[in-house]
Design a protein around this ligand. Structure first.
Ligand code: DON
Length: 563
């Protein structure tokens, strides 16, 4: 290419980045979420003139009602808000915090072992929720419509009911026994006394009233007054330690997203207290020195697994809530650090993870959280991942509130080096402290070039990060969201020192070839994740939306607009 042509190409790209690119407006808007009723809620808000941020509030609140296994008013989440012209780029951190009376050894028994039951079931497992604070904050600061409009679909679904779907029924089956410890909670989710059939109506009257209290009194409708009193009373009645002060003190935080570049694409993703953005950036930095397009499937899986292993080692050692611990973010994100990581990486051999963990009690599924992606007709984008942690959170609702509590406290490291429900280990940086946010893997992400934009994310516990990594590589390979959400998944998380693969996702020869390189390959009995993506092609000005084929309940839709 001549110098003149190169400068012309550069000039055009720069103009795309700063001017013309920012001026393109979509000819449609789109939502992809884990439930078609939540997708409808978001589309209806945009049809009424609401922006992407309004729609995100409506989708979040509707998911809290129709997908209680995965996220909810008693949980938390991260909402990545990005305007097309970059005037807004922020992550709203509505992560739960540890109650004020929490302390680092709170889940240890007399022998110093973690009491797993206390860590995941009932009142002591729950952090102070951040989701309702997030909804109100986004509506008040970035939305255009009142909470009475934004929460209307959720209130309607709670008051009048929705039909249980396959996911509701499957995940409740996993939590039925624990939920039956608290008959008032069980009566809400199993109105006939046992796990409902697909199609049975689930009505949540108390939840509708709590949502109405938020419409009336905003943030204080949940965090102060009658709802807060019932939450504290009900949580303490089953071994919890919440106080009115804990609720009154809760605030969301605005966080600056992690950004990096890879092969001409810009990545905008989740900063701490998520570990996802840093880990994804580290993996991309590490692999960019290799020509992965020229590699065989085995070589590529090996390289990506080695990148995963190294990023998860740093996650265990360094990552935690940056309001409490110093995380060497600049170092971890630097391309030099990645070059250092490459020095002990061999393409012909697996590097064993240096420590061996106890046999971890991994939850094989990874659907008990939710992710939605949306873009409005101005090009504003939201990538949001929300959770109550494990299926149906702590499986307990403080009476009279309809608020299903999270069990997010298990995302802290309850004991140095002891694996949590996802087999993740952690140390000092993620130890429990009052009001600290527990480290998360949730990784709402946006990837863009002057030609194409992807809004992407998924649930899946510790595997979220590697799923988003594989999904965005597929986008960068030139594919659309139908493909990213479908790609077969594999995962390495440093400890245990294994590559996990989805059932039937790899040939016996490829498994044998990876084992010959020194890997242990563990084929799971179930698939994992529930990815939702939206893509905007700036060259054709078309949008595409897709939901994960692994579950049938997702809703992905593109609605054209006339200008
Ligand atoms: O924040 C986290 O990383 C976890 N609480 C997410 C949990 C999750 O994705 C559950 N799905 N398996």
């Amino acid at each position: 290419m001549s110098k003149k042509i190169i400068s012309l190409v550069l000039l055009v790209s720069l103009q795309l980045a700063s001017g013309a690119f920012a001026q393109i407006k979509p000819n449609s808007y789109a939502v992809s979420s884990a439930h078609e009723l939540a997708t409808e809620a978001g589309l209806s808000i945009m049809a009424q003139g609401g922006n992407a941020y309004d729609a995100a509030v409506a989708v979040s609140a509707a998911l809290a009602v129709v997908e209680p296994a995965s996220s909810g008013i008693g949980g938390g989440g991260f909402w990545l808000l990005q305007s097309h012209d970059d005037s807004l780029s922020v992550m709203i951190d509505g992560r739960e915090v540890a109650p004020g009376a929490a302390h680092r050894d709170m889940y240890l028994d007399e022998e110093g072992n973690v009491n797993r039951d206390l860590a995941v079931n009932g009142g002591l497992a729950a952090g102070i929720p951040g989701a309702p604070a997030g909804w109100v904050y986004i509506a008040e600061n970035y939305g255009t419509l009142p909470l009475s409009v934004l929460l209307a679909p959720a209130i309607d679904l709670a008051a009048n009911g929705f039909p249980a779907d396959e996911k509701y029924v499957t995940l409740l089956g996993m939590r039925e026994e624990v939920m039956n410890r608290w008959p008032e909670t069980a009566a809400i989710f199993m109105p006939q006394g046992s796990v409902p059939e697909v199609g049975d109506l689930i009505v949540q009257t108390d939840l509708a009233n709590t949502l109405r209290a938020i419409v009336e009194n905003g943030h204080d409708g949940f965090y102060k007054g009658e709802v807060a009193e019932l939450l504290v009373e009900g949580t303490r009645a089953v071994g919890g330690i919440w106080t009115m002060e804990d609720l009154a003190n809760y605030t969301v935080k605005e966080r600056t997203p992690i950004t990096t570049t890879y092969k001409g694409y810009e990545l905008i993703t989740a900063p701490p207290p998520s570990s996802g953005g840093i880990a994804i950036a580290q993996m991309l930095n590490l692999i960019e020195a290799y020509d992965i397009d020229q590699m065989s499937a085995v070589e590529r899986t090996h390289l990506l697994s080695e990148a995963m292993r190294r990023a998860y080692r740093d996650r265990a050692l360094y990552l935690g809530d940056t309001d409490f611990v110093d995380v060497p973010i600049d170092l971890l994100l630097s391309k030099d650090y990645a070059a250092g990581m490459r020095t002990n990486l061999r393409l012909d051999k697996a590097t064993p993870s240096s420590m061996l963990a106890d046999d971890p009690d991994i939850w094989p599924e990874g659907n008990n959280t939710t992710h939605f992606s949306l873009i409005d007709a101005e090009g504003n984008m939201v990538s949001a991942t929300l959770t109550v942690n494990l299926a149906y959170g702590a499986a307990y609702v403080p009476p009279g509130t309809g608020v299903l509590l999270n069990n997010e406290m298990d995302d802290f490291s309850a004991k140095p080096g002891a694996p949590n429900a996802f087999g993740l280990v952690g140390f000092e940086a993620n130890a429990i402290e009052p009001y600290k946010r527990m480290l998360s893997s949730m990784s709402p992400t946006i990837v863009r070039s002057p030609e194409r934009v992807a809004v992407i994310g998924t649930p899946g516990g510790s595997r979220i990060i590697t799923m988003v990594f594989l999904g965005l590589l597929d986008f960068i390979d030139g594919h659309g969201p139908d493909s990213w959400v479908s790609v077969p998944r594999f995962h390495h998380q440093y400890l245990p020192d294994q590559i996990f693969i989805e059932p039937d996702s790899m040939s016996a020869e490829d498994v044998a070839a990876l084992e010959a390189l020194g890997h242990t390959v563990e084929e799971g009995s179930r698939t994992w994740g529930n990815m939702h993506g939206v893509m905007w092609d700036l060259e054709t000005n078309q949008m595409e939306a897709a939901h994960d084929p692994r579950w049938s309940s997702g809703g992905a839709e593109v609605v054209p607009v006339k200008r």
